[in-house]
Design a protein around this ligand. Structure first.
Ligand SMILES: [Zn+2]
Length: 196
């Protein structure tokens, strides 16, 4: 009998093609040589180093089996200090290669994967949520990080860190590596109030 359902191999081949296209456009915009973008390894989450298993297990969602991780060499990483970024629309996470090899003790992987899950939950809502404040009483001129998609991603990240035994103060210390603005910490405090 003929089947019109895509096999997993076909689906993953399509994901890879979409991810390649996204990375090619993304780095082209940043004036990075197209060969560099072409050579970025794309891995499935089951092929991540084993120390990432706990973060993936906490999210506990079989839909992550289609998510791809782009391992971006440090020399072409352009996103200032933060070592990771998500492209939820393409079910893709960009991770800086040297950081991927570290312990990821701030659990950025769970944060980025949570973005991908949030998009899968409600694709048509994702963009609007990214422009909707999470907390009305956190005043900032920027939509980041006080918006509903970041609220979800940071919550999953903090849940993992809390489960790992980190205190609220230890989470704040980790965030200080990448964040300096007081308004960002007003947002983080609101989330941490719900967890501690
Ligand atoms: Zn985020």
């Amino acid at each position: 009998m003929e089947s019109f359902e895509l096999t997993r191999e076909q689906m993953m081949a399509e994901r890879r093609m979409n991810a390649k296209k996204f990375l090619s456009d993304y780095f082209k915009d940043k004036d990075i040589d197209s060969a560099e973008a072409e050579n970025i390894p794309l891995i499935n989450i089951e092929n991540l180093p084993s120390r990432y298993k706990e973060q993936i297990d906490l999210l506990h969602d079989p839909r992550l089996s289609s998510t791809l991780i782009a391992v971006v060499p440090e020399k072409i990483w352009t996103k200032s200090k933060q070592p990771s970024e998500s492209n939820a629309e393409n079910d893709l996470v960009l991770f800086r290669a040297d950081y991927l090899e570290s312990k990821d003790d701030a659990a950025w992987m769970s944060h980025e994967l949570a973005h991908c899950l949030r998009f899968k939950d409600a694709p048509e809502q994702y963009k609007a949520d990214s422009q909707t404040p999470a907390f009305d009483d956190v005043k900032s001129e920027y939509l980041y990080p006080n918006n509903k998609v970041e609220e979800y991603a940071f919550r999953r990240q903090f849940e993992f860190l809390k489960q790992e035994g980190l205190s609220r103060e230890q989470i704040i210390e980790k965030l200080k590596v990448d964040y300096q603005e007081q308004t960002d910490f007003n947002f983080f405090d609101k989330l941490l109030d719900q967890l501690y």
